[in-house]
Design a protein around this ligand. Structure first.
Ligand SMILES: [Zn+2]
Length: 646
């Protein structure tokens, strides 16, 4: 996913989120059952490695899914049948699946569909309920008839009003990290892979696409069939249903979007083919056949989600000038790091994201050059410094290898995995030389394709294959300090950008009284704008706010990153003449990366908090649950609602 600043999409946001809810996060630190009891040793050893699944893949594991479902917008339910091919490795008499807020109607085994016993057992926070199914040593197929509930975390049901065109409803899923189990009963672990076929029935006016082979136009009967031939983990299964169309951007790429967005999207992402070529040249073949992208309605809580063959993306990366496409480079890179070689558990999340940020920057360097990429690196580095300061320099949550057991796996999704992970790989690159490192990575993606990767397995392989037992090299890189230690080790690369140094000069000049018009800003790229806005003083007079806005038309910027950074100053300096534009932005956009800092800024004074709550009251139904959980916390929504009724 993409999280933090400009570059990262989806998930990056979370750290900001944690700024607001860190206290709440910390209360969840100890492994507990939903009844509040501490997990027993047996509980914790349930599945050997991944503590966020009930599955016991060493005994009986799924290998293929045939999904046959119907999407019902009236009652906000998916109903149907999930048939799994299984491998009963040790001849056990029970197989275990993960479910959350799913109703199971019946379960059968075999292609003959013989009845069998099943039970939904317990409920544990972040895991949901265990589905136990009786099987025979010879069982090869398990059929689960089920329906979802409206509160399913993975499913966002949008009313026509919440789409761009406002004619038809829209549905999309977000399965990472552990939400697949809320729309399909499955063995939901990053370490368990399966292929899938699906038949999906939707209202006739709508089209369905998945993380699989996809249709390029609507058909008359509303029935769509899909095939995913490459084995993927559950968090990469995805579905979107709505009134959208397709536009090609090259022989193996294209975009899906609502009618009035699709041309702009195809234009914005016109470099998809070049990006694919750039990664292939460095790290070997793209193994998923097509690479398409769907632009979702603005409520999508992340920048992007790397669903295989079909990245889900926020419309907020369409800036009109391709200045925010590093998010696409990020999601595309996941086709190697993450989707191809996958974190074994959420504690190894940096194996997905650290590698992906590293690859993303290499693509950007290929396409836009080193000077441009240094800006991306420095913005990432500054975000990382902020995260470490927030978490505390000695916090174990700043280790690359995490210890999340019993906590919300969403907590893994901080800048640490992304930025510290990428910095570590940069240290290795600089120690061994780029040529040798690239060769190593290419072989790594090839050797471990479609497999899961733990931190330890990667380090062992790197020590053996790349470092050949060279003790001096190992010492120079200081692996343990990077992976199992807090904060940033002493050999952290110095990140510098000569272009940002010029912006620093511009900030100083403006602070000293220079006219905004005289700063030469017409030539600035988005990242230079961001650096400028982020480094302005906190306190700015109304007069000078007006000068900035009139000179650069910031309050009307079509660039979501720039306008969001500007609004921080707007709120902080009570520049109320553009509060209507702030409101329009917050009501329209649901990307948590923008929402969390803005609502946080609003919550800093009583007067602004009141305004923030009034805006949130209008906007909340437009946001995904993933975002509302965060903003509820920032605004104290339960209390706020009570106050507003008075
Ligand atoms: Zn990512």
């Amino acid at each position: 996913m993409h999280i933090s600043n400009l570059t990262r999409i989806s998930h990056s946001l979370i750290f900001i989120l944690c700024v607001g809810i860190l206290g709440a996060c910390n209360q969840e630190n100890k492994p507990r059952t939903s009844e509040g009891q501490q997990m027993t040793q047996e509980d914790q050893e349930l599945n050997g490695v991944d503590r966020y699944t009930y599955a016991r893949p060493h005994d009986a594991v799924i290998t293929h899914l045939d999904l046959d479902i119907k999407v019902n917008f009236v009652n906000k339910k998916i109903t149907g049948k999930a048939s799994f091919q299984i491998n009963n490795k040790t001849g056990v008499d029970k197989i275990f699946f993960d479910t959350k807020h799913i109703d199971i109607e019946r379960v059968t085994i075999g292609t003959e569909e013989e009845k069998t016993e099943f039970a939904l057992v317990g409920f544990r926070e972040f895991l949901g309920r265990k589905l136990e199914i009786s099987i025979l040593p010879s069982t090869e197929v398990v059929n689960i008839y089920y329906s979802t509930r409206p509160e399913a975390m993975a499913l966002q049901w949008l009313s026509p009003q919440q789409t761009v065109e406002k004619n038809y409803p829209f549905l999309y899923t977000q399965s990472e990290p552990t939400y697949a189990r809320s729309w399909i009963p499955t063995q939901d672990s990053p370490g368990i892979r399966f292929t899938y076929n699906a038949r999906v029935e939707v209202p006739k006016e709508l089209m369905a696409v998945m993380s699989a082979s996809n249709p390029q136009e609507k058909n008359a009967d509303g029935i769509y069939e899909f095939e995913m031939k490459q084995p993927i983990p559950g968090y990469l299964i995805a579905l979107a249903v709505g009134d959208f169309s397709f536009k090609s951007t090259g022989p193996r790429s294209g975009v899906y979007a609502e009618a009035s967005v699709v041309d702009a999207a195809a234009q914005e992402f016109g470099e998809l083919e070049e990006m694919i070529d750039a990664v292939e040249k460095l790290y070997g073949p793209y193994r998923w056949e097509r690479y398409d992208l769907i632009v979702l309605p603005p409520s999508f809580p992340f920048g992007g989600m790397e669903n295989p063959r079909l990245t889900f993306a926020t419309p907020t990366i369409i800036a009109g000038d391709r200045s925010l496409v590093s998010v696409v480079a990020h999601e595309l890179s996941h086709s190697w790091s993450g989707n191809l070689v996958t974190s074994a558990t959420w504690n190894d999340f940096w194996i997905n994201e650290g590698f992906t940020v590293y690859l993303e920057r290499r693509i950007m360097e290929e396409l836009y050059g080193a000077s441009y990429t240094r800006m991306l690196r420095l913005i990432g580095y500054q975000d990382l410094e902020g995260t470490i300061e927030l978490m505390g320099e000695t916090s174990m949550d700043t280790h690359l290898k995490l210890q999340l057991d019993g906590r919300d796996p969403d907590e893994a999704l901080t800048d640490i995995a992304y930025e510290k992970g990428a910095l570590f790989l940069q240290v290795v690159e600089e120690a061994v030389g780029r040529e040798r490192w690239d060769e190593y990575l290419k072989n790594y993606f090839d050797k471990f394709a479609f497999q899961s990767m733990s931190t330890e397995k990667f380090l062992d392989h790197m020590r053996e294959t790349l470092m050949n037992g060279d003790a001096d090299l190992a010492k120079q890189i200081n692996i343990d300090a990077w992976v199992y230690g807090p904060g940033l080790p002493d050999n952290c690369p110095v990140v510098k950008s000569e272009r940002f140094e010029l912006i620093d000069e511009a900030v100083s000049k403006w602070v000293a009284g220079e006219n905004a018009e005289a700063l030469g800003a017409k030539e600035w790229y988005t990242h230079e704008w961001l650096h400028f806005l982020r480094h302005l003083p906190n306190e700015i007079s109304t007069e000078r706010m007006a000068e900035l806005d009139q000179s650069f038309n910031l309050s009307n910027s079509q660039n979501s990153e720039i306008i969001a950074a500007w609004f921080i100053h707007v709120i902080n300096n009570n520049y109320e003449v553009v509060y209507d534009k702030l409101e329009a932005f917050l009501v329209k956009v649901g990307r948590r990366k923008f929402l969390a800092p803005l609502y946080k800024e609003l919550a800093k004074t009583e007067a602004n908090k009141k305004i923030g709550i009034a805006i949130y009251k209008k906007a909340r139904t437009n946001y995904h649950q993933i975002s509302t959980v965060t903003i509820d916390g920032i605004l104290g929504w339960e209390d706020a609602r009570y106050l507003m009724q008075e």
